[in-house]
Design a protein around this ligand. Structure first.
Ligand code: NAP
Length: 250
């Protein structure tokens, strides 16, 4: 009998993992997206979209669909769904693990400051007018309206709608991966002095961090939310190995 895997996605890693596992004859892989992105990236396996209705809803889904393995490959800042996944796995006894990117760590030349979130970032930017790059999503940028003195460049996957109520803002739409040379050109073009982002980890969006290092730009990184207590791996290779192990295929 084919084994059924549910991957909670919305990340590059989830797509790549689904691509690898989806090629296997003995596996039936379904990818789950929250449905936040207007035009989500194409996926290599069948996709279901939208919330499950909390941990309880996810438990019902796992049971009804007879899922053999749950993989939480959501973004490190998507804390609610990860907590739901851990609870649903505990409730249903469906084996589960998380594929979670390790955070970036500072190296020589980095000028980083950790902030709890957008409100603290707004404080940390200071009162003086600065040229600020916000690599943040729609849900996170509203507090920057409280600092209208800055000149903002906002890059997001989906349009910021309604737009920020500040006098000086440029919007850029973009979905990673981003190449360091392009990031450098972008930061230079807009004469960026400060950058605000999440510590997403991984290579797809690390180009801006490397570019900021080279240009001496101060970087404010949101602290990561606490990870769920689910067993976790940080690479695709480990994820495939653990999936095989938990499905007793290796
Ligand atoms: P979240 O706050 O942890 O989740 C809020 C609710 O959205 C969950 O309780 C769940 O609803 C639903 N949900 C989230 N991810 C889902 C998934 N993969 N499949 C089905 N339902 C999901 O999540 P978020 O931070 O808004 O992130 C939403 C999605 O965007 C995730 O897939 C995540 O991987 C991706 N993403 C997030 C970020 C980020 O910075 N947060 C960045 C890049 C990509 P129910 O309780 O109704 O099940």
């Amino acid at each position: 009998m084919r084994k059924k895997i549910l991957i909670l996605g919305g990340t590059t890693e989830a797509r790549l993992l689904a691509g690898q596992l989806g090629l296997r004859e003995e596996l039936d892989v379904m990818l789950s997206l929250a449905g936040r992105t207007i035009a989500p990236a194409a996926q290599p396996v069948p996709v279901r979209t939208g919330g499950f209705g909390g941990a309880e809803g996810l438990s019902i889904y796992l049971s009804e669909e007879k899922i053999d393995l749950l993989i939480d490959a959501t973004h490190p800042y998507a804390a609610q769904i990860s907590s739901n996944a851990a609870q649903a796995s505990a409730l249903t006894k469906v084996p589960a693990f998380a594929l979670r990117r390790a955070p970036w760590t500072p190296i020589k030349g980095d000028k980083w400051q950790s902030v709890a979130g957008a409100e603290e970032a707004v404080e940390a930017l200071g009162k003086a007018k600065r040229r600020v790059f916000l690599a943040l999503g729609r849900q996170e940028i509203l507090p920057f309206e409280n600092a209208p003195q800055h000149i903002y460049v906002v890059r997001s996957v989906d349009p910021i709608d309604p737009p920020l109520n500040v006098p000086n803002v440029t919007y850029i739409l973009g979905r990673g991966p981003f190449v360091q040379a392009d990031e450098m050109a972008l930061l230079k073009k807009h004469r960026i002095e400060m950058l605000v982002a999440k510590n997403s980890g991984g290579k797809a969006t690390s180009g801006k961090i490397a570019a900021a290092r080279e240009l001496g730009i101060k970087v404010f990184l949101f602290e990561r939310p606490a990870a769920s207590d689910m067993r976790a791996v940080s690479s695709l290779t480990e994820a495939v190995k653990l999936a095989d192990h938990l499905l007793s295929l290796a």
